[in-house]
Write a protein that binds this ligand. Structure first.
Ligand code: FES
Length: 151
């Protein structure tokens, strides 16, 4: 991890502006940002660990806890909310048998809420890993997740 972060610092530079791209690259490789990684980034960028932690936790896309193999993020922002996001949440909770914020026991799925994904005109919207699914209905959401459960 130390060497990987050193490499990222070499690529992005060691200024405050490099912090976010460095954190994103770590999450891309590791799937989440561990305490050790945050401490090491702080050390290499000469920042307070609290500042790194503050940045990491501000962005919902930077996970600071290990996640499942597939990450489902449902948009919780107003337009999706008004278009029935709660029914989608209920449908996904039912099929995965977990609540928002949790990971299934087999570590195959994590189910999270996120802010606007930029598809408001086609809400409700969820992102499964990097794939957006729009104009969701409870049935459609169940079908998508159900299909992934069989893999
Ligand atoms: S409000 Fe949900 S995508 Fe924008």
């Amino acid at each position: 991890m130390v060497a990987f972060i050193k490499e990222l610092v070499k690529t992005h530079g060691n200024t405050r502006e490099s912090l976010l791209p460095i954190l994103q690259k770590i999450v891309l490789r590791e799937k989440y940002l561990s305490d050790e990684a945050m401490t090491e980034v702080a050390r290499q960028l000469d920042l307070a660990t609290a500042e790194v932690y503050g940045t990491a936790t501000f962005y919902s896309f930077i996970d600071t806890k290990p996640k499942g193999e597939n990450v489902i993020r449902i948009c919780k922002t107003i337009t999706c909310d008004m278009h029935g996001k709660n029914q989608i949440v209920k449908a996904i909770e039912d099929i995965l048998k977990i609540k928002v914020g949790e990971t299934t026991q087999n570590k195959k799925f994590s189910f999270l809420e996120t802010n606007c994904l930029g598809w408001c005109h086609k809400g409700p919207v969820m992102l499964v890993n990097d794939e957006p699914y729009t104009e969701l209905t409870p049935e459609k959401a169940k079908e998508i997740i159900g299909g992934m459960m069989k893999k």
